[in-house]
Design a protein around this ligand. Structure first.
Ligand code: FMN
Ligand code: SF4
Ligand code: SF4
Length: 435
């Protein structure tokens, strides 16, 4: 069994699977059970400043996008930060950390964007024995209307300023949690680094509305007939988050800044995607809320088996392994050519590939041969777009074949060239480099 112990921003945990700041980490009861199940660490549900706690709506605070077989694809919430008293939370954090000294205990904080507010809460959190703090600059609803959460995360100068306060007045490592509701994720990550952050974590949730009840024509879910946008998460957001993680990992200005990957993680495969693209560990919320804490056991077993198969002896050996394969579009090799191939033995002749290629792609799949249904790729039309692969209901029935150098592409009638040629030098590009 591979050793899954991970050190992230100086914080050691028995595995790289942490629970993200959210309902699963809102109280000692949950976190103790999560640690019993095997989670390597938690980020405690975001704490606010001392005084009367925030108040949540007393109606539906969650909404879901479900597949036709009712598996959850996307999840939406309008929940605020913890609505429990600060003193109770701090006491429970200290108790749980004492019980589980080997697990990572990170405390998420969101207080007004004023120096005195941050200065007041930092020593109180440190007194709990927590390992680090996470600054919640990402909550996109409710709190952002009050000038906190995403309202801070959308202004790089504020991120830098608050991070600096936390480094100046606090002793714990600072993880800055970023909002995805921004045009270029590299700017807030750079600001966090400039402020002295020990790490960034991302993503928090994405602004979203789930839909409308067609019979009342009311936004749904609603609280007594009205709704507000919420934060979107779960499997549907993973590709968005992966791109943001990779953008930060390959940005020379944030090189080496540890990244905690969050968004749609529910399996060891999801975790490998994040880690290989540059994350040092991962955090999970929705999958735990939908399937329960015990999913971590499959995640840990799966990751360990994968590492044994691949010959990795520590998680750190996987970190960023795939980052150099992420490129800007303009550097992709335009001389590379692929064609779809249909395996006739596994084809169930449903015809979906033909329909989509005929209607929306390149009319490159047959429908019949000798009067019988027959689906075969016409290589002289196929541009290798991968659409048919994505719609075919049979696993691996359609695959993509890379043409060998020298092979004739039947569509262009030209031999495949071995040399790399991309848009930066392409003759159709008026801005091409001629050097
Ligand atoms: C119901 C709910 C409440 C959340 N509350 C917080 C919070 O208090 N603080 C925070 O930083 N993120 C909060 N999040 C965001 C999650 O920590 C996480 O960033 C996001 O859900 C993406 O991960 P996932 O796809 O695994 O859910 C919340 C998410 C959900 C679903
Ligand atoms: S790869 Fe694209 S063009 Fe080729 S057969 Fe499939 S859908 Fe048609
Ligand atoms: S979509 Fe797949 S199974 Fe259906 S006809 Fe095409 S290749 Fe065969």
């Amino acid at each position: 069994m591979a050793n899954l112990q991970t050190t992230f921003a100086g914080i050691t945990s028995p595995n790289p699977f942490w629970l993200a700041s959210a309902p699963p980490t809102d109280k000692a009861y949950n976190v103790n059970r999560a640690f019993e199940a095997g989670w390597g660490g938690v980020v405690w549900k975001t704490l606010g400043e001392a005084g009367p706690p925030v108040v949540n709506v007393n109606g539906p605070r969650y909404g879901a996008l479900l597949s036709p077989d009712r598996r959850l694809l996307g999840f939406n919430n309008i929940e605020l930060i913890t609505d429990r008293d600060l003193e109770i939370n701090l006491r429970e954090i200290a108790e749980v950390k004492r019980l589980w000294p080997d697990r990572a205990m990170v405390v998420s904080i969101m207080v007004p964007c004023e120096e005195k507010s941050w200065r007041a809460i930092l020593p109180r959190v440190e007194d709990t024995g927590a390992d680090a703090i996470e600054l919640n600059f990402g909550c996109p609803h409710g709190m952002s209307e009050r000038g906190m959460g995403a309202a801070v995360g959308q202004v790089p100068e504020y991120i830098q300023m608050v991070t600096q306060w936390c480094k100046q007045y606090g002793k714990l490592p600072v993880i800055v949690k970023l909002t995805p509701n921004i045009t270029d994720i590299r700017n807030p990550a750079r600001a966090a680094k400039a402020g002295g952050a020990d790490a960034v974590s991302l993503i928090n949730t994405i602004n979203s509305i789930m839909g409308v009840d067609p019979y009342t024509l009311t936004m749904s879910p609603s609280t007594g007939g009205k709704g507000s946008h919420g934060g979107y998460c779960g499997p549907a957001v993973k590709p968005i988050a992966l791109n943001m993680v990779a953008e930060i990992a390959r940005d020379p200005q944030t090189a080496g800044l540890p990244i905690s990957g969050i968004g749609g993680i529910g399996t060891w495969r999801d975790a490998v995607d994040y880690i290989a693209l540059g994350a040092g560990n991962v955090q999970v919320c929705t999958a735990a809320m939908v399937y329960g804490f015990r999913i971590v056991q499959d995640m840990a077993d799966g990751l360990s088996t994968y590492m044994d198969e691949m010959g990795f002896t520590s998680v750190s050996q996987i970190v960023g392994k795939a980052t150099p394969t992420v490129s800007d579009w303009r550097y992709l090799n335009l001389n590379h050519i692929s064609k779809a191939v249909i395996n006739q033995d596994s084809c169930i002749q449903c015809g979906r590939c033909h329909v989509v290629c005929e209607d929306t792609s390149h009319q490159a799949i047959t429908f019949e041969k000798n009067g019988k249904r027959h689906f075969e790729v016409k290589e002289d039309e196929c541009v290798g777009c991968n659409l048919c692969v994505n719609v075919c209901p049979v696993v691996d029935c359609i695959s993509m074949r890379d043409l060998a150098v020298g092979e004739i592409d039947l569509r262009t009638k030209k031999a495949v060239v071995g040399l790399h040629a991309d848009w930066t030098t392409h003759p159709n590009n008026p801005m091409r480099s001629t050097a």
